[in-house]
Design a protein around this ligand. Structure first.
Ligand code: FES
Length: 342
């Protein structure tokens, strides 16, 4: 047939094979991350320290795009949903080889937004995962999937077969070329749409199956940097201090940590009573990348679920990296049975 001529398919195939491990890892990871958010009982909650709202409030204090984040807080459920859906769709596209370049571009945009928020301030920079994702996605943005184990490529080959065109032929017939491109686009769009709808249906099922999402509508409060103070511990005094009552003495047993909301900025914080009558308060925001630390009573530590940093359970002092600074101290005052942040 004179409408096409032979080419060299081997180069593209080799490229596709070389990119396959990267594709599988990135595709799986983004699908997993998206589904994990949809199925999480915390992610959409407005009150959970591990939810999108609290994490974004925390990140906005240090992020260079904090002024934008404060606007997203007004519609936090929508943005939380969009991020989870974006991760899921981008991961499916990369994994299945459907509009791979576009899917990689979407994943790159998401990774960039994470880099500018939760990963911002990570030191040294290579401790942050998002900059690595950005670098790893770049080859897929440039080269796509190379046509190897790619649904998009299979659809194109099917269209070529219908038109009697060899798989790796370069077309010299412009109308035929545009017809193949048009039909490939339509068919790929239909398959991508079907895969996307199926993926989102699973995600939506996860979202609906979590009753805790009902709390997602609480009104957000833009946050500010937690205040660090030299005099952060307190013992009881008779006068009523100027400040906000956050707990009673009975809430904070000796040797435990009581979580409360910092009245200054709405971020989570902890009150500790390391010795009878002595009270200390510190921010619950990890000084590495801003995740919320959890108190482990057994080990008497604050543990960060994101990258494993640890802090002393009595003082908030940093005891294990990658964080290098102590949890920010808050000023405490005790009057009678009431504990105040001042
Ligand atoms: S945010 Fe990385 S260790 Fe806490």
């Amino acid at each position: 047939m004179s409408k096409n001529k032979a080419t060299e398919p081997a180069t593209s195939n080799k490229l596709g094979m070389a990119l396959l491990p990267l594709r599988l890892f990135l595709g799986f990871t983004f699908v997993y991350a998206g589904l994990q958010k949809f199925f999480s009982s915390d992610y959409f909650s407005a009150t959970s320290p591990n939810g999108f709202l609290k994490q974004t409030q925390s990140a906005s204090t240090t992020s260079p795009i904090g002024f934008i984040l404060n606007h997203t807080l007004e519609h936090h459920t929508l943005f939380a949903f969009a991020i989870a859906a974006g991760e899921l769709l981008a991961g499916l596209g990369i994994l299945l080889g459907l509009w791979t370049r576009l899917a990689a571009l979407g994943a790159f945009a998401l990774s960039t937004s994470f880099f500018l928020t939760v990963s911002w301030g990570t030191s040294p920079y290579y401790f942050g995962p998002d900059i690595v994702f950005m670098a790893a996605l770049t080859p897929l943005m440039i080269a796509g999937d190379g046509g190897y184990l790619s649904l998009g490529r299979q659809i194109e080959l099917g269209v070529r077969r219908e038109k009697g065109v060899a798989p790796d032929a370069v077309l010299s017939n412009a109308p035929l070329e545009s017809e193949i491109a048009r039909r490939t686009l339509i068919k790929t769009g239909a398959v991508a749409g079907g895969a996307g709808i199926a993926g989102l249906a699973v995600g939506f099922f996860g979202y609906k199956s979590n009753g805790s999402k009902a709390s997602a509508m609480a009104s957000p409060t833009p946050s500010a940097t937690p205040s660090a103070s030299a005099s952060a511990s307190a013992t009881a005094s008779a006068s009523t201090p100027a400040g906000t009552k956050v707990a009673t003495v009975a809430d904070v047993a000796v040797g435990t940590a009581f979580q409360f909301t910092n009245p200054a900025d709405g971020t989570p914080a902890y009150l500790m009573q390391p010795a009878a009558g002595k009270f200390i308060a510190c921010s619950a925001i990890c000084t590495h990348e801003g995740c919320i630390v959890n108190f482990d009573k057994k080990l008497d530590i604050f543990h960060c679920p994101c990258h494993g940093a640890e802090f002393d359970g009595k003082t908030g002092a940093n005891t294990r990296g990658p964080a290098r600074r102590d949890l920010a101290k808050l000023n405490v005052a005790v009057s009678g049975n009431d504990i105040y942040i001042v």
